[in-house]
Design a protein around this ligand. Structure first.
Ligand code: ADP
Ligand code: MG
Length: 384
């Protein structure tokens, strides 16, 4: 048991007694495949070694008692009083419980202690980690034998209905299906997936958090979704069988979209290119060709910044900075954009000096602190 698991076990014992089981579910990175999910394309997430941990035990009534060790907060409610509470961490737990009840799974009251080392709001999906840890833990505690994909759906639905975030399925999928040393090539149209070996000999994955989230983010996200739909609609007139950018070719874009709307063309072309880059990255990973992987990451960022236009000056600064370093194989912004993290593949021996250098440069150029995380690729939801 690691430190976090031991700590929540002890808190559980002090508060409720010695009858808990412990489950954990990880956060995730996405190596490539940004803004492709809602276009029925591919994503390439991997679970990381940071996770949310819950200690959970049955009660003999219908009460639910939740303790967040990290936030120092407690909620007492019952199975019959579940409802979202604006901006509360408890939604990520009670939303899952609500899904269990809606789906007819038989559970009683329980006690739960939560703690996590997935940084909150940094783009590593600390929210999915909590939901998946809770879903997995409840399934084990009440011996419900729920399939992995059902756990994913429960966790995603909890986020939609209780946290009010209409997220895709990638984060929860990666958290449940993650496999040590592998990325997951996930087809967002069919939910078919394939494990891709991620052999990172002497290569570190560093995440640089800009610590900004520009207010443009959610509005522009919806605009991009609309623009992609517009592209599909323009093509549909000539190819009625087309339902998403997944089925669109570059020729179709050039013939039917480019002459009518140059901006929509650029947006759609980015999505096609990104799916192609993802396929190339998977092929390169199979050959352990980290150089090619890195180049595709830089190309992905270029597309996100110049064609899809969802980057920002802080993200571009970090990418431009590492591009000059021969020991950085590749980097790109990760997540929806307008802030959040960059993901960097770097020669491990150079990590410490780069961290020092870029932290100082970022502070001077952007007048903000940079937060840094290292990610190793870990396994999915599990019992401890
Ligand atoms: P992200 O998923 O990118 O980290 P979100 O805003 O989607 O960011 O989710 C962060 C929220 O998830 C937090 O504000 C909190 O409500 C909940 N959360 C995550 N980790 C914890 C934790 N360790 N304890 C309590 N709540 C947590
Ligand atoms: Mg989240």
């Amino acid at each position: 048991m690691n430190k976090i698991a031991t700590a929540i076990k002890n808190t559980y014992i002090n508060s409720f007694g010695d009858d808990s089981i412990i489950a954990a579910a990880p956060g995730r990175i996405n190596i490539i495949g940004e803004h492709t999910d809602y276009n029925n394309g591919f994503v390439l997430p991997a679970a990381i070694d940071k996770a949310a941990y819950v200690a959970i035990g049955k009660r003999d009534d219908n009460a639910i008692v939740l303790i967040s060790k990290d936030l120092g907060d407690t909620l007492e409610t019952t199975l019959y009083d579940l409802m979202p509470i604006a901006n509360s961490w408890t939604n990520y737990v009670t939303g899952v419980v609500d899904q269990f009840l809606k789906r007819g799974y038989s559970i009683s009251g329980f006690n739960l202690v939560l703690s996590s080392d997935v940084p909150m709001g940094a783009g590593l999906s600390s929210s999915a980690a909590v939901e998946c840890a809770v879903a997995f833990a409840l399934s084990e505690l009440f011996q419900l034998d729920i399939s992995s994909i059902e756990l994913v759906n429960i966790a995603q639905k909890a986020e939609h209905e209780f946290a009010g975030v209409l997220c895709g399925i990638m984060d929860q999928f990666a958290s449940v299906f993650g496999k040590r040393g592998h990325a997951i090539k996930l087809d967002c149209q069919t939910l078919k997936y394939e494990y891709i070996p991620l052999t990172l000999n002497a290569v570190s994955i560093l995440l640089f958090n800009t610590n900004v989230k520009h207010s443009l983010a959610s509005g522009e996200y919806n605009v991009r979704r609309e623009q992609c739909n517009e592209g599909v609609d323009l093509i549909k007139k000539y190819h009625p069988e087309i339902n998403s950018l997944r089925d669109v070719t570059l020729e179709m874009l050039e013939q039917h979209v480019k002459p009518k709307n140059e901006l929509i063309f650029r947006r759609c072309k980015y999505v096609l290119d990104e799916n192609k880059r993802l396929a190339d990255v998977c092929e390169a990973l199979e050959k352990n060709d980290i150089k090619t992987v890195g180049q595709k990451l830089f190309a992905s960022h270029e597309g996100l910044s110049k064609e899809y236009e969802v980057s920002c000056k802080e993200l571009d600064f970090l990418i431009d900075y590492v591009k000059q370093k021969t020991y950085v194989f590749g980097a790109r912004m990760m997540g929806g954009g307008f802030g959040g993290c960059t993901i960097n593949l770097i020669q491990a021996t150079e990590a410490d000096s780069l961290i020092k250098e870029i932290s100082e440069a970022y502070k001077i150029a952007m007048n903000k602190e940079l937060s840094i995380y290292t990610a190793s690729i870990g396994g999915g939801a599990r019992l401890i």
